[in-house]
Each structure stands twice: as C-alpha cells, then as structure tokens.
Ligand binder design. Structure first.
Ligand SMILES: Cc1ncc(COP(=O)(O)O)c(C=O)c1O
Length: 459
C-alpha cells in the first residue's frame, strides 16, 4: 500500500486551522486570523506561493531564509528522489558517510581557510556545537554575544539571545555568557580582557533589525579575539550561503573566523541540516582520541537526504549563478526603496547587503501623523510595521515580516532567485502602502483593530 500524501493534503487542507487550534499552537492561528494571513497556501514554486484561489504571492520571507534557491527546485527534488531510489547505506553509524565527506569537501572549498566540518540538524544545534567546541578547545567557560543577537532557541543558543522576550520565563540560562553591544569594540575588549572567554559569537549582519556592522567592526573583532586567544565565531546561518551577494557575509569585510556556522539555505528548503566549519586544531581538541570518537554528535546528522540536499543546493547555486543574482537584484531593490525615503517622513532608513534588506520606519515630524503614531506606539511598540506588512500581503500579495519584537524595521529575505520584475513589484508595493500610511484613514484604523485584538485573551 502507498500513502498518497498529496491527496491527504488536499482532503485535509481546509481543516488546517482547526487542527492547529485543537492540537498545536492555537495562538499562531489567532495571529493569522487577526492579520488576515489565513489564506490557505496550497503550493509553492520558486519565489512564489499560491493560495486556495491560486493567487500568486511573492515570498520575501523564504521560510526564514531556507528557500535560497526557491521552493521545490526541480534539481534539488531530483537529487532527493535519487537518494530514495538508490538504496544507500544511510546512517549505518558504525561506518562513515560518503555523502557527508563530499559535502564537507565542497563547503570547505568555498571557505578555504577552514579545515573541518561538524554536521548538525539545525541552526540552533550548530550553535550548541560551537559553544561546546569553543569551551573544549580553549578550556575557558565564557561566551561573548551581542545585544539583539539571535542564534536559536535551544538552551545554549537562548543563552546568547539578545532579546528579553525570548529569554523571559526560561531562566536560568547557561552561566558565563556575557552580553555586549553590537558594533562596540571597546566593550568587546573589556569582555575579552578577563581571559576567561572561549568564543565571541556574532552574526556578521544581525537578523533582528537587519543591523549592519560598522566598516571596521568585524576585522577589529577578529584582531581582538586573536590578541586575547578567544575563538572568533560567525553565525552565518541567515547571512551565509549567498544571501548577501557573497558566499559568506563576512567576505565583505575580509574576515577569517575560527568557526563559521551554516544551516537554513544549506537544506535546499527540504531537509534540516546545520554545519560548523572550523579550524583543525579546534576540531581535534574535541575528537582528540579514539575513545572520544563519538563524544559529540547526533543520531540524524549526516543523514543522506540532508547531505544530498546540501550538495544539490551548492550545485544549483553555482550552475544558476544564484549568488551573483542576489548581489544584482539586492542592489536594484535597495536603490528602488532608498529612492522612496525622500517622499515619506515615516520611512527612516533602507539598508542591507544583497538580499538581506531592512526597511526602517520611525516617528513622523508632522503633527497630523505624530498623534496617530503615538497612540499606536503607546499601545504596542513596533505595531506600526504591521500597518505596512498587512496591506503588502492583502493588497499586493507580498509576504514579509517585522524584523523582531518591538521593531520598526521590516525585513526582506526573499529567495535569491528573484528577477527584475519581482524587484519592481516590491518597490511599487512599498511605495503604494507607505503612501497610504501617510494619509489619515483605513491604515490607521487597522492599527486600532490590531491593538484591540492583541490585548484580548484566548477563549
Ligand atoms: C542567525 C541565526 N542563527 C541561528 C538560528 C537558529 O536556527 P534554527 O531555527 O534552524 O535552529 C537562526 C534562525 O533564525 C538565525 O537566524
């Protein structure tokens, strides 16, 4: 007997919200209904999603960055099918994986100053591994991380989270984790001077808020880490794999970290995977003797489907010049959106690299808008962005997200395969929606509705 998953999806698709209300996260269903995102997506291809009525949406969220080469890419799908059809000796455990060897070689060819790879099953799991490797390699307990950082939500990764909303209620977290402001080399040096710090873990471009490093920051951080014998670790889980127009975002600033973390896009959007690329001496401190051959690891890591997804993703990126496309289309979107800021007092900044772009809003100067802005901000900080993202979705069929709690920045992280037409779609839609937000009326009354809903407890 074979199970027809597509038919199963079709027969139960209309029950998805009631199933989740009953058996999974009811609050997520409330959110979707409140903001009108309950459109029942039925299929995805490339940079587009299609709802029940077959309306086409441009996906600027890309599953939080996993669909770098687009949804359901035929080459990735074919690679995964070929694994399933090949009767490979997957997860023997008392053997080593051929496909993991191939993927490791291909990743390291792109990051030639590093020598070894440790595979994991997710971004957070890669961060957990980095913490363990750093402590074991240096014999030090401390980890330095930045305000606004996001490295995942498992306990080690959460201990490096720079946002109280994620941390509250889950303490106590890992000890010896030291928070410093991003872009502050003095604070970094002060933290490292204790000589108790195993690693400084940093996103080259912070995902929460799309915060870019100052020109000298990452290189300066690298020098300080060397001086105080602390490992310099970059979390490229979101910014890596071509997102910023280079394979690693760190390449824009010429850094050579001791460890680089990847996940998200490496999966091809299909099979969870994470990778920690690192120097040989760090790796060898953990796997130092035969009796320590399995001292860190995870049952499913290096599974054939994940490794094949990684290999196929790198292949597609090269064959379709996806990274070059991210650089070019990113420039086009940045230029188009930046030009809008002259026309709109609420639009404060447009920034980014490649296709990791932040559009920041802020307090208006005119009295007319100031009153509405203040009412909204007092009720719920950052709510204004929903007045942009919701009409983008409802009127312009663009899916996007606010870049963090209480944030005034909307983040664009589309598939890296978008074309010129998509870029123009983005700029036109933002122009229209921002123009509306500068008029009294529908947009601001939407704000009032949102405030009322947000405050209402579940039944
Ligand atoms: C920079 C960064 N690090 C780590 C993670 C955690 O990855 P995962 O959700 O796969 O655990 C994320 C996820 O958004 C991320 O953006």
């Amino acid at each position: 007997m074979t199970i027809d998953i597509a038919a199963l999806f079709d027969t139960h698709e209309s029950e998805r919200y009631s199933l989740h209300t009953r058996r999974l996260n009811e609050q997520m269903v409330r959110v979707l209904r409140t903001i009108g995102y309950d459109v029942s997506f039925r299929r995805g291809r490339g940079q587009y999603l299609y709802d029940r009525e077959d309306n086409r949406y441009l996906d600027l969220l890309s599953g939080f960055g996993v669909f770098a080469v687009g949804r359901n890419h035929p080459a990735i799908r074919a690679a995964l099918k070929s694994v399933l059809d090949a009767d490979l000796p997957n997860l023997v455990q008392m053997d080593v994986s051929t496909l993991a060897g191939i993927l490791a070689e291909r990743l390291l060819a792109l990051v030639p100053y590093l020598d070894k790879v440790f595979f994991a099953n997710s971004g957070a799991e890669s961060v957990e591994a980095a913490i363990k490797f750093a402590r074991a390699a240096t014999g030090r307990p401390g980890i330095v991380y930045c305000s606004h950082a996001f490295h995942g939500l498992t306990y080690g990764a959460l201990s490096l989270n720079g946002d109280e909303t994620f941390r509250n209620g889950f303490e106590p977290l890992l000890p010896d984790c030291v928070r410093i402001p991003f872009n502050d080399l003095t604070a970094l040096e002060q933290a490292l001077a204790s000589r108790r710090i195993a690693a400084f873990i940093v996103e080259p471009i912070q995902g929460k808020g799309v915060i870019l490093p100052n020109e000298e920051y990452l290189k300066g951080a690298e020098h300080l880490c060397r001086r105080y014998e602390t490992l310099f670790v970059t979390d490229e889980i979101q910014s890596g794999m071509g997102r910023t127009g280079k394979f690693l975002a760190g390449e824009h600033w010429g850094i050579e970290p001791d460890m680089v973390l990847l996940a998200k896009a490496l999966s091809g959007g299909h099979v969870p995977v994470g990778a920690v690329l690192m120097r040989k001496w760090v790796f060898n401190k953990v796997f130092s003797r035969m009796d320590r051959a399995v001292v860190h690891g995870s049952t499913f890591s290096k599974n054939d489907l994940a490794m094949a997804a990684g290999i196929a993703t790198l292949d597609v990126m090269k064959a379709e010049r996806v990274i070059e496309n991210a650089a070019r289309t990113g420039e086009r979107v940045l230029r188009g959106l930046s030009a809008l800021s002259e026309n709109y007092e609420l639009l404060k900044d447009v920034r980014g690299k490649g296709l990791m772009i932040g559009v920041e809003f802020g307090s208006p100067s005119s009295l007319k808008l100031k009153a509405s802005w203040n009412v909204l901000e007092t009720a719920s900080k950052g709510l204004f962005c929903q007045l942009i993202t919701i009409p983008l979705f409802k009127q312009h069929k663009i899916l996007t997200q606010v870049a963090g709690h209480a944030s005034h920045t909307i983040k664009l992280i589309p598939p890296l395969t978008i074309n010129d037409e998509d870029c123009d779609w983005i700029v036109r839609a933002f122009d229209d929606v921002i123009a509306d937000s500068h008029k009294a009326g529908a947009v601001w009354s939407l704000g009032k509705t949102l405030v009322e809903h947000a405050m209402r407890p579940s039944a």
